[in-house]
Design a protein around this ligand. Structure first.
Ligand code: MG
Length: 219
């Protein structure tokens, strides 16, 4: 995807880096048998692996365990480096709902071999994002509900206040390691309840006040 769409606005934001946080909810770290991290765990996806809400997710043939991960996405609106609390908050331009689709079998194999898990995260269509809601139109309280259902059954259901690292803490941390720029997206991690989806499955999710998202898994 080259541009992110903004709700009720003609502006299109050119997507830059796609940065993801891993294990940002304690219950999700626990369900995969992982320790709670001391600092945010950071990895990258690509802009070209993203599709918009309503799209098909093409299941790669080399995996038998593709998982859904519903996440709050931060949209960066200005260049920021070594942010403090105020500049981190000011750098957040808006929010979206995202799906960070993950090939869990591939990820586990790579982790076991001590290798980066990039290839579990960047297959084409592995990221879905909703329209962006601008901060000027919506104030995130941090307690919003985040949820995902698969074929009509709620499987992930949490609130954003269970994040281990808040949006501001995440922007501060990432910007201490790399410059953030307008159009960069930050996937902030998924709550517990992740699981396998197969071709034919329909996912619908959302974050209260931020938006809704859907996707169908396809061969
Ligand atoms: Mg994730």
């Amino acid at each position: 995807m080259e541009f992110a769409k903004i709700r009720n606005n003609d502006e299109k934001i050119r997507i830059g880096k796609v940065i993801c946080v891993g294990r940002n909810y304690a219950a999700h770290a626990a369900e995969l048998g992982n320790e709670i991290p001391e600092f945010p765990i950071i990895f990258l996806k690509t802009a070209s692996c993203l599709v918009e809400s309503g799209s098909k997710i093409i299941h790669p043939p080399y995996s038998t365990d593709m998982h859904h991960e519903i996440e709050l996405v931060l949209v960066i609106g200005e260049t920021v480096k070594n942010a403090d609390d105020i500049s981190a908050e000011n750098a957040i331009y808006g929010y979206a709902v995202g799906l960070d689709m993950t090939l869990r079998d591939i990820q586990n194999k790579l982790k076991d071999n001590g290798q980066p898990w990039t290839l579990a995260k960047v297959f084409d269509t592995s990221g879905v994002i909703s329209e962006v809601v601008l901060k000027e139109n919506f104030k995130l309280t941090g307690t919003e509900r985040i949820y995902l259902d698969v074929n009509g059954k709620i499987l992930q259901d949490s609130t954003l206040d269970l994040m281990l690292f808040s949006p501001v803490e995440i922007v501060k941390f990432i910007s201490s390691k790399m410059t953030l720029e307008k159009g960069d997206l930050i996937f902030t991690g998924t709550p517990s309840g992740v699981g396998k989806v197969v071709p034919g499955d329909k996912m619908e999710g959302g974050i209260e006040g931020v938006g809704l998202l859907s996707a169908v898994v396809s061969e």
